[in-house]
Ligand binder design. Structure first.
Ligand code: HQG
Length: 181
């Protein structure tokens, strides 16, 4: 049996090592961000955080955000990396509007600079307001910005869609943002 807290710990451990710091446990991701499942489990065990194959499968399958994919004995994080990876996603036409959840203390900077990727490779945008609320709520009282993604696309900005439905783009200039206040 795997309780909720253990699931979250395993998921956070995977995020750390599949997105940000594979070297910490001696892993090397390939160009697409993949690593052998066996190798990951071995590395985790030898670095003091044993995970069973069953726990791994469960975290990947039931993870609410669908952050990871297992395919042909390999695993990767589907988005959110800070290490360089090429996820091999193809550019796609976005819906007319997308949403971005943030918090009030960032709004002044976002008005000036637009949305920037910060430590990630892309700006992450949500397909609906509810998801954006949840993303913003990680940091405090959520503020949801509306992104004129259709107009951005028409003006030549590229969009990608991650395996879990998150939309990715390089930068959202302030002119394409609508603020609630
Ligand atoms: C803010 C989670 C100042 C931005 C979530 C955000 C999402 C600026 C923070 C995914 C700014 C970056 C992504 C600017 C943007 N000045 N602040 N110019 N531009 N910001 O975590 O969008 O758990 O890198 O508003 O659920 O919060 O990782 O991005 O508050 O899907 O799977 O800078 O991460 O998914 O924070 O979240 P993040 P995010 P995972």
């Amino acid at each position: 049996m795997m309780d909720e807290r253990r699931m979250i710990r395993v998921s956070k451990y995977l995020a750390r090592h599949l997105r940000h710091d594979p070297q910490r446990i001696g892993l090397a991701l390939d160009a697409g961000g993949w690593v052998e499942v066996e190798e990951l489990l071995r590395a985790a065990a030898t670095h003091g955080f044993p995970i069973t194959a069953e726990e791994l499968r469960k975290v990947v399958a039931v993870n609410d955000k669908r952050r990871y994919t297992i395919d042909g004995g390999r695993i990767r994080a589907d988005q959110g990396h800070s290490v360089p990876v090429d996820l091999g996603l193809t550019a796609l036409e976005p819906p007319e509007v997308l949403y971005h959840g943030t918090v009030g203390r960032f709004v002044a900077a976002i008005r000036r600079e637009g949305l920037r990727p910060m430590s990630r490779h892309h700006v992450h945008l949500s397909p609906d307001r509810e998801t954006a609320m949840r993303v913003g709520a990680r940091r405090g009282v959520p503020v949801v910005l509306v992104v004129a993604s259709g107009a951005m696309h028409a003006d030549g900005h590229a969009f990608l869609r991650s395996a879990n439905g998150v939309w990715l783009t390089d930068h959202v200039p302030p002119d394409y943002l609508r603020f609630p206040f």
